[in-house]
Design a protein around this ligand. Structure first.
Ligand SMILES: NC(=O)c1ccc[n+]([C@@H]2O[C@H](COP(=O)([O-])OP(=O)(O)OC[C@H]3O[C@@H](n4cnc5c(N)ncnc54)[C@H](OP(=O)(O)O)[C@@H]3O)[C@@H](O)[C@H]2O)c1
Length: 183
């Protein structure tokens, strides 16, 4: 059964973008090391994203040309866009309008033995963490204190979520940590 990985880059104080909504400061010193990106691409069989994260691309047609994950993409939304963006043999869009859990179910079926990667944002990720649908958390921690922006971890409910650290890569200014969700 496909493992569900929720991966995001955040500032040391827990923000996934700055007070202006920009993610640029998180990547100004360092990006995900090339080998880690290649590993993630090889492991990923399907991607799930929230509508705001999908809209980070100024032109959604560019996903089919340049997005690193050339796999089926499931966008959780209340309403599908009027026109489906450009697709190709490997990257197909599904706009899922019956909730986050349904998106994970469909993504798992599409991923086969590979992983499902949730690429953001916090709104979607928090729903899936609350529902216990995440198997692994992959955090890239950028060496910056943003002080304001969109918080990754809030609205997680009343019960603590126990994690087990399974991997740490300290290759440059940025630190990447993998945690298994203890269920
Ligand atoms: N640092 C990083 O690694 C990273 C990565 C990705 C994104 N980001 C940042 O995160 C921001 C987006 O995060 P976000 O938390 O605001 O948004 P998000 O999780 O990407 O998307 C939230 C939207 O998805 C739709 N949605 C979510 N759950 C739904 C459900 N159960 N049923 C129906 N629709 C649902 C709704 O949009 P509709 O109602 O409009 O359909 C909702 O407003 C980006 O702008 C970017 O700045 C950072």
């Amino acid at each position: 059964m496909a493992k569900v990985v929720f991966g995001m880059t955040m500032s040391l104080d827990g923000f996934v973008n700055d007070r202006n909504g920009s993610v640029t400061p998180l990547y100004s010193l360092d990006t995900l090391p090339k080998q880690l990106l290649e590993d993630a691409i090889a492991a990923t069989g399907a991607v799930v994203m929230g509508r705001r994260t999908f809209e980070m691309a100024e032109d959604p047609d560019t996903y089919a040309d340049v997005y690193e994950f050339q796999v089926p993409i499931f966008v959780v939304t209340d309403r599908a866009p009027a026109r489906t963006p450009k697709q190709n043999d490997r990257l197909r869009f599904t706009f899922v309008t019956d909730g986050a859990e349904a998106a994970i179910r469909q993504a798992k079926a599409a991923a086969g033995a590979k992983e499902v990667c949730i690429v953001g944002g916090p709104n979607l990720g928090q729903q899936l963490l609350r529902a216990g649908l995440v198997d692994e958390l992959q955090l890239g921690i950028a060496p910056i204190l943003l002080g304001a922006g969109l918080r990754l971890f809030e609205h997680l409910g009343d019960t603590a979520i126990q994690l087990e650290k399974v991997r740490l890569v300290d290759s440059g200014p940025r630190t990447d940590i993998w945690y298994r969700m203890v269920k």
